[in-house]
Ligand binder design. Sequence first.
Ligand code: DGJ
Length: 734
Amino acid sequence: MMNKINPKGLLRWIAFVSFLGAGTFIAKAQTITIPIETKQNAMVLQVTPEKYLETVYFGNKLSDKNEYSAIAGSYRYNLTTSDYNSAYTTSGSLNLLEPAISVTHADGNKSLDLKYVNHTITKLTDDISLVSINLKDSVYDFEVTLNYQTYFNENVTEQWSVIQHHEKHDVVLNKYASANLYLRAGSYWLKHFHGDWAKEMRPEEEQLTHGIKTLDTKLGSRADLFQPPVFMVSLNEQSTEDEGEVLCGNLEWSSNYRIDLEVDPSNNLRLIAGINNYASDYVLKPGIEFTTPKFVYTLSDKGKGEASRNLQTWARKYKIVDGEGPRLTLLNNWESTFFDFNEDRLAGILKDTKTLGVDLFLLDDGWFGNKYPRNDDHAGLGDWEVNKAKLPDGIAFLTKTAQADGVKFGIWVEPEMVNPKSELYEKHPDWIVKQPQRPEYYMRNQLVLDLTNPKVQEFVFGIVDNLLTKNPDLAYIKWDCNSIMYNANSAYEGHQSNFYTDYVFALYKILDRLRAKYPKMPMMLCSGGGGRVDYGALKYFTEYWPSDNTDPVERIFIQWEYSYFYPALASSNQVTNWGKEPLKFRTDVAMMGKLGFDIVVGKLTPDELTFCQQAVKTYKQFSEAIWHGDQYRLQNPRENDVASIMYVDTLKSTGIMFNYLVNNRYGVGSNLPIRLKGLEPDKMYAISEINLFPGTKSSIPDGTYTGRFLITVGVNPDVKDGRTSVLIGIEEKK
Ligand code: DGJ
């Protein structure tokens, strides 16, 4: 016979024997079962007789709650070694698996064994509930509270941990995950993303095999440059847009993260998500609570489409700033002027903003620095005084001119960074992240400021606060972050290994302060493109910049993948001169999110200008569906010659369908009708092509159809060479 020793089983047996020896009678211990439910799903946790907290189920919920306690027996999770289904895997004692938490106690001991103490369930609103479960070590005064905040109607859960100890001295957290999930399926398919500058969100999907696959980043500030903290896991088979079980997750952390996915020997999936412990052993003082970032996820049994709509709805309602509010269309000057502008040129662009019909002009990089003027990206970063040569009358002149033109005014900042060629660098060398004994190393000629230093926090807060206080008419901020963190080291932080983590806490502290003072100010989260997009940061922003790559064909792919995690109103899109596609194509693609332009309006032909003006109006007409409606992906650009996507408002009365030719081969186009989704089968809808370029006629007839027809048969947008981008308006006929 094989030697099968489960250390916990052995303990259970010992406990049972000693209990009998005591000669006392206790009725069979009652199993504590904790179901954590949303409208669709349940995660079921159970406390073993030895008080270990285990995950016994995660899937469709049951109608009879009493049946949850029978799940564990059906699945038989117990393995010969450790507890693979621990709800928060410890290390150094009985568990010998990849841990969720690993510590070094004040006395140097490295063992942790957490047992269930109690739990509370709090209904925070009709929709939101919080389950908090307290776990404690029996030897050391060390505890963890696991939190599960559910958003019932959205089928979304946010999970995080609060770690605390009362040992005599500091404890070191060697790993401190937010969540430790356990899923059961026949096979697991991981969809994850990689990229680089201008190459964001390139997907890969593969079957997970036994062992650990880790998604992570170690880049610090512009952390997601190569890999963002988002992923999907399909259960049993690769889920499609509308079929299959799929988990969609995002770690709400704007820096180094680590997500371990381990298929265990029983074919279950252990998933551990949290801050990356790389170079980040966290020194925790007694009595201080360490709150991990939240890991947000949704589970759908109707494919990736529904999962993404769950997250999008949740984000609009609960996470993104003013997610249920409107967005400002804008004209940006980055690509039309770069650093080369002055008051006259900007006054002209302000007039163009009005002519175009958008709401706001966004002044980008290059408006500051005097001793070291910001005339290119080598100098001036950190010196946030208006450049007197370019803008002698200051920002106030620009906001006033904008007001006179009837448009709003916004401005770019990059407050976390500094050029070595700057007064800030000269004055405060100790404010900069660098290794004292090593040469400086730059990305885009700049370094990162040490936000852990309270003086730097004050400075960074002040950059935005001063702008807004001195210019109360400022209506928009673009917050950029262009460098990753080389030579991570702080002149301020007592424990260097706390630095990566404390940097992000400090960033959030600054943003918390700004949001307390300016709760609804529209702010764009930018990081040299999409180098920092996650819900930890988006909690403070109204939108994000997906990529510097605005080639519309590329953008179809990039925006498509982002949309699995983020709602369209948060995607800042701009019409630029990137790519070879006509202006209409570029504009149509930008309309699939938050519309903006970065072009020289004066160079547009009269027809092009008329088209853009009309497009802004059309966009506003359909913005309710795009911003706050439901998004349905109809044809994937990676699998079809024609990509198609639609949005329909929550009343299911107004919709818009976007169609693009994404293949240049001879004769390709939309040969078959494309089936619409999300409409009411029994309603009547008028269909017509919209956003036509002046002088062109639609090749598809207007018509009125039942929702059932449009869902079952569909619409052929007649996309082909010469009609490479086609928008269709859908209006309910009453
Ligand atoms: C990088 C951003 O992604 C661009 O949009 C632009 O703002 C530049 N930085 C300015 O330096």
